[in-house]
Design a protein around this ligand. Sequence first.
Ligand SMILES: Cc1cc2nc3c(=O)[nH]c(=O)nc-3n(C[C@H](O)[C@H](O)[C@H](O)COP(=O)(O)O)c2cc1C
Ligand code: SF4
Ligand code: SF4
Length: 265
Amino acid sequence: MRGIICYYSNSGNTKLACQYIVKNINNIDFVFLNIAKDSIPDLDIYNIVGFAAFTDFFGPSKFVQTFIEKLPRQNNKPAFVFNTYGFISGKTLKILDKWVTTRGFKVIAGYSLHTPESYPPMIANGRGNEQAPGEKEMNKFNCFISELNRLLYTLGEGKEIKKNKIKIGLFEILLPMYSRTKARKNMGEKYIDEALCTECGTCEKICPYEAIKLSPKPIIDMNKCYGCWACYNHCPDKAIYTKKYRGIGHYPKPNSQLMKKLKVK
Ligand SMILES: Cc1cc2nc3c(=O)[nH]c(=O)nc-3n(C[C@H](O)[C@H](O)[C@H](O)COP(=O)(O)O)c2cc1C
Ligand code: SF4
Ligand code: SF4
């Protein structure tokens, strides 16, 4: 049996969690597809497809939706959905389920994992949730993986697996969707500290929405910017800043505690 996990991970938490899932699944050889970099795969050779994303203002990023919409229409191919979140997952899992199901996949399992925050304003305000996932959350995550393992064995035996109804809490159901316009407005204009910027090009490469061009310092097109904070998080010299945040709250890669918990050999 073969599987593929298509993931979108800005700071590495989601990728790390996917690697942890794969390490604990026995009967499937999984490959990874980075939604931000790789081209549309040939899904016919895979028995199961995973879709993983981080929560980006109570839902998955638009980028993930664009990717899923470009996939060839499926006829009930088994899939699972997964997301990481730093504070409130909102409707992320439910929306992922909807997008994937609309494309013709049959979602057999889904899970949301609490992880440290990658959203700089939360970190800057002392709400980085660096300890997440706690012990109980880790146990629940492991239970999900065992259940997924069981389902994949069943699939391997050629048996039919029913669609799983993805459930989220009442609070999350009632939570209004945070408007993307508001999110972009919150981040606001970005500035470059020209004394710090080494013109390395990392921001141009990392921006998923192609909003940055180096000339020779970065120029940011605010009409294309989605307010994802990837450039801010990843600038190696912390040269990118906003009106409210400068030099604080960066989360370019999973913190050491998360790496320890989700250790991948
Ligand atoms: C722009 C942005 C928006 C975010 N919005 C939310 C949110 O609404 N709720 C939440 O719980 N976490 C939110 N987060 C935190 C991330 O979902 C969380 O830290 C996730 O694990 C990051 O995954 P990654 O490292 O794979 O990118 C946000 C992070 C960013 C950068
Ligand atoms: S990532 Fe930072 S240092 Fe590199 S070009 Fe962009 S702003 Fe300059
Ligand atoms: S310019 Fe920065 S914040 Fe805006 S979309 Fe690109 S990486 Fe994200």
